[in-house]
Design a protein around this ligand. Sequence first.
Ligand SMILES: Nc1ncnc2c1ncn2[C@@H]1O[C@H](COP(=O)(O)OP(=O)(O)OP(=O)(O)O)[C@@H](O)[C@H]1O
Length: 285
Amino acid sequence: MSNAIKVENLIKTYPSFALKGVSFEVPKGYITGFIGPNGAGKTTTIKSIISFLKPDGGTIELLGEKVKEGGAALEKVGVVMDTPYLVKDWTITDVEKAVMPFYSAWDGDRFKSLLDRFGIAKSLKVRELSRGMTVKLSVAISLSHGAELLILDEPTSGLDPVAREEICELLQEFVSEENHSVLFSTHITKDLESIADYIVFILHGEILYAGPKEDLMEAYGLLKGGLSDLPLLSHVHLIGLKKNSVGFEALVKKEEAVDLPKGILVEPVSLDELIIYFHRGGNKS
Ligand SMILES: Nc1ncnc2c1ncn2[C@@H]1O[C@H](COP(=O)(O)OP(=O)(O)OP(=O)(O)O)[C@@H](O)[C@H]1O
């Protein structure tokens, strides 16, 4: 399977944070969700991929081409960042005039029809757009310059469920065209549970998992039981543990959860729970 993005051994060091040799692939033709708690390194990774940041080490390939010193060729890549870069006083017509020269394949008719579909008049100023409309405008720009890969950093944060659903539908429509791919970072893992095919999970600047979503969800489970059961689980690695006055819940790798005491259940885990329990860590005492 060919890759839309290949990141190898990416290093970026800040005084109080580092990407420590991040490696993962985003397969062509699918939606890949990029997850991890606040400060895990998602935006730093995405900014490195699109050359908004200069990494300290590692290699990045975008659509089969190595990103060279001096920046990525983003002609075929649509980028939707958390903080849009558009000038607030511009009208949408001004925005189109400003972005058009950067793209040889700019399709004005497609842009107009997407704006109509999203209910965005060209006479509106950027400052008059709601957060949802701003995200849709960024997506409309990406879809109008013939992008084959969309990279989105938190596109659905701050949006109501209706707008989130619309964005998710757009992404699904986008990947339904041959060889189109999406990398999509979000805290709203519910969105990914319905639309992502692959997951990249980052914690403290390191990749914990990169692969098919179903395999990730299948590999882990939540153990639930009473507090008196905990000492009987010394042979099981509890990745993350939550206790209350009567019982406990713990994240485990299913293949390691063997010889369990009677009454202990292994239940399916959600993406949210995976993030929470990996972040929390396990301590049986
Ligand atoms: N320019 C910078 N200088 C110093 N530290 C930075 C800089 N940019 C980011 N960081 C630090 O790097 C860490 C990772 O930040 P990053 O924005 O990549 O995380 P994130 O996973 O996208 O988080 P969030 O989900 O909150 O957006 C944070 O601790 C942040 O403070």
